[in-house]
Design a protein around this ligand. Structure first.
Ligand code: F6P
Length: 360
């Protein structure tokens, strides 16, 4: 039986995309044989599916990419909320994607991406396409999976950033406020904050009170610890902002001339404690470069599971790690949901038990 499989990567990139693509391809070539398998790379995410931008792949294209960062197919953000909206270009995107799938004579489509990608995957599955998702994101916020590929590499990078900030913070007796990616969920900040020995961790799931953050800094000063490291998630907000709608919060911040809370926290710490504070934003460095050993193994396991699903023609699912076992979840069960850090969960409690403050 001949099979023709499309693969796309969508949303923000992350380390491990190529390792996962390789895992899927190698497992499929092994299982189905090179003569009976054709792989089509859909370029630049759903945009490539809409515009029929595809590349015919051969087995050698999947060699030498295990360690490579980014994605060999390119990626793009094509927001889910716009998928069913016909814009100025007059393109019916859902129709166009279905047409490409048909034109390319695909038997199934693998979509590597985060929450937005999975929502569109579910939409396409409901439209009758054979879709299998694979959970990618440094944010680790995909519902129903213990972990996503890319997350642990990013934790490693963010941890190194915090390690390096420690030495300079100590030399100068400063407060270093480091902004870690993660707009909705604080997993990356929490993990790297604990791993890097941050003194204060600020995440969206636990709105902060600036007075409590300052008190935590001052407590360290009283204890003769003359520096503090504060790890702040990009999407963190204070207790006042917690009562605001997203738009209202954005307006307030625009008036303040800020987009994230990080610089405001640094300024308030300087003003309230008299301690010198500096901001560090590693930004996209957290998503760059080669995947860690953990992510390479995870990507391979996920890729193999996807090949098993293709063999069983089990579509409308996304691969997941559930209670440490690689399985799959129905797309319809996870699409549109976010896995947040439980504010009273074990990891937050562990951090609090060693004296890390959260500003709550
Ligand atoms: O979704 C992953 C992520 O890195 C988030 O942590 C971050 O908020 C966002 O992407 C940044 O997106 P972009 O690369 O489009 O600026």
């Amino acid at each position: 039986m001949k099979r023709r499989i499309g693969i796309l990567t969508s949303g923000g990139d992350c380390p491990g995309l190529n390792a996962t693509i390789r895992g899927v391809a190698k497992a499929c070539y092994e299982r189905f044989g090179t003569d009976d398998l054709e792989i089509v790379g859909v370029l630049n995410g759903y945009s490539g599916l809409i515009n029929n931008e595809c590349a015919e792949m051969k087995p050698s294209d999947f060699s030498g990419i295990l360690t490579r960062g980014g994605t060999i197919f390119g990626t793009k953000r094509t927001p889910y909320k716009m998928m069913q909206v016909i814009g100025e270009d007059n393109i019916d995107k859902v129709k166009a994607m279905k047409e490409t799938y048909k034109k390319q004579k695909l038997d199934c489509l693998l979509t590597l991406g985060g929450n937005g990608t999975h929502k569109t995957s579910n939409l396409l599955a409901n439209e009758g396409l054979n879709v299998i998702g694979l959970p990618k994101t440094i944010d680790n916020d995909i519902y129903g999976t213990d972990v996503t590929f890319g997350f642990h590499t990013s934790v490693d990078i963010a941890t190194e950033v915090i390690d390096r900030l420690h030495t300079t913070a100590t030399s100068h007796g400063r407060c270093l406020v480091v902004e870690i990616m993660g707009n909705k969920a604080g997993w990356l900040t929490l993990y790297s904050g604990i791993a890097g020995g941050a003194d204060i961790i600020v995440i969206p799931e636990i709105p902060y009170d600036i007075n409590k953050l300052c008190e935590a800094v001052e407590r360290r000063n009283r204890e003769k610890k003359a520096f503090s490291i504060i790890a702040v998630a990009e999407g963190a907000y204070d207790t006042d902002e917690a009562n605001m709608k997203k738009r209202e919060r954005a307006k307030k911040r625009a008036e303040e001339g800020i987009t994230t809370a990080t610089s405001r926290i640094a300024k308030q710490i300087e003003a309230n404690t008299g301690m010198e504070a500096r901001v560090c934003v590693p930004g996209h460095m957290l998503r760059g470069g080669s995947p860690s050993a953990y992510d390479r193994v995870l990507a391979t396991k996920f890729g193999v599971r996807a090949a098993q699903l293709i063999a069983k023609e089990k579509y409308g699912y996304t691969v997941a790690m559930v209670d440490t076992v690689v399985k799959e979840n129905k797309l319809e069960d996870i699409a549109g949901k976010t896995k947040f850090v439980p504010a009273d969960g074990q990891l937050v409690k562990t951090a609090k038990d060693i004296g890390i403050a959260f500003g709550d």
